[in-house]
Write a protein that binds this ligand. Structure first.
Ligand code: GDP
Ligand code: MG
Length: 315
């Protein structure tokens, strides 16, 4: 038996959470085209015949402008330090433009800096995601050569987390890298986060998917009521935004937007808890919640050094 933890790190929006869902075969993590959808590290456990691999999806590393942003970067770096294997993910976004640009600058400065920061003793896999967007696959070659220049020993694997292309090969590579040892989790364990955590994630995910522009970054969710009856789960939750204008956008005309967000989030939650869900959703203006430590704590964002794990009730 082999067992090890694998931190998935990289820039915002390269597809880390989509990749976690692909290896799990379950849409556990929230995914959206907005940067910084993932705010807290998320554990997902993959069981294979000869190995158990505990993946940690992390917030995208970015230039932080708020206290929340700083905490997210710290959480990603901490996850990488504690892992047996690091998956550094990038995507083909620098390769899809003109052929000349793609050849001139195949590896972004940001990716180069991230690659440089990973200690040379750390087992590392570089994954280039979203190859489904690349018609001419030979464009990958200069990027892979540039990665090899920085880290010659690290395998570099092109994948599409969206289509699943190449994902099994990554699992094989990782299985060979994690040490021999007993499994760290019960085989029934998918994650260590509570149901309430995912309730918040899926509501925020739907808010990100349905709203445009500046609204997404301003959103946080709190759960006021979570009651399991014999027939269904009753949930009361609030979406917090920073400005009245953002509230107007999320509520929509005659409440149509919030109703749509609620319906889609409810379906996500029903799949998770495998039960009927009644979801009551409110939108409230909570100014500057991202910068006020007390409000961050109330909304469930913990200070760096204490990864935001909830103790019990894992689903
Ligand atoms: P993260 O911020 O790194 O966790 O990225 P997400 O997993 O949230 O994905 C960001 C966006 O990229 C979403 O719109 C995904 O649907 C999209 N995406 C992720 N993987 C792929 C892929 O392999 N191909 C394509 N075309 N899009 C992808
Ligand atoms: Mg993510």
């Amino acid at each position: 038996m082999r067992f090890g933890t694998v931190a998935i790190v990289g820039r915002s929006n390269v597809g880390k959470s989509t990749f976690l869902n692909a290896v799990l075969g379950e849409p556990l993590a929230a995914v959206s085209p907005r940067p910084q959808t993932t705010r807290d590290p998320l554990l997902g456990v993959v069981n294979r015949p000869g190995a158990q691999i505990a993946f940690l999806d992390t917030p995208g590393i970015h230039k932080p402008r708020t206290e929340l942003g700083r905490r997210m970067n710290a959480a990603a770096r901490e996850a990488a330090r504690g892992a047996e294997v690091v998956v550094l993910m990038t995507d083909v976004s620098s390769l899809v433009g003109s052929a000349r640009d793609a050849a001139k600058n195949p590896l972004s400065e940001e990716d180069r800096a991230l690659l440089d920061q990973i200690p040379s003793a750390q087992a590392l896999l570089v994954v280039v995601n979203k190859i489904d967007l690349l018609k001419d696959k030979s464009r990958l070659l200069p990027m892979m050569a540039a990665i090899r220049e920085v880290r010659a020993a690290a395998p570099c694997i092109p994948v599409s987390a969206l289509t699943g292309d190449g994902v099994a090969r990554i699992l094989d590579e990782i299985e060979a890298l994690v040490p021999e040892g007993p499994a760290g989790y019960d085989t029934a364990t998918l994650t260590d986060r509570s149901t309430a955590f995912f309730v918040k994630e899926y509501i925020r995910e739907q808010a990100l998917l349905s709203a445009r522009s500046e609204v997404p970054h301003a959103v946080a969710v709190s759960v006021e009521k979570f009651v399991e009856t014999r027939r269904m789960v009753v949930i009361k939750a609030t979406i917090h935004v920073e400005k009245p204008g953002q509230r107007t956008i999320l509520v929509g005309r005659a409440g149509s937007k919030i109703k749509e967000i609620g319906t889609l989030a409810r379906k996500r939650i029903e799949r998770l808890v495998d039960q009927k869900v009644h979801l009551e959703l409110f939108v409230r203006v909570t100014p500057r919640w991202k910068d006020v430590p007390r409000q961050l704590a109330e909304l469930g964002y913990e200070a760096p050094g204490r990864p935001g794990r909830s103790a019990s009730g894992a689903s």
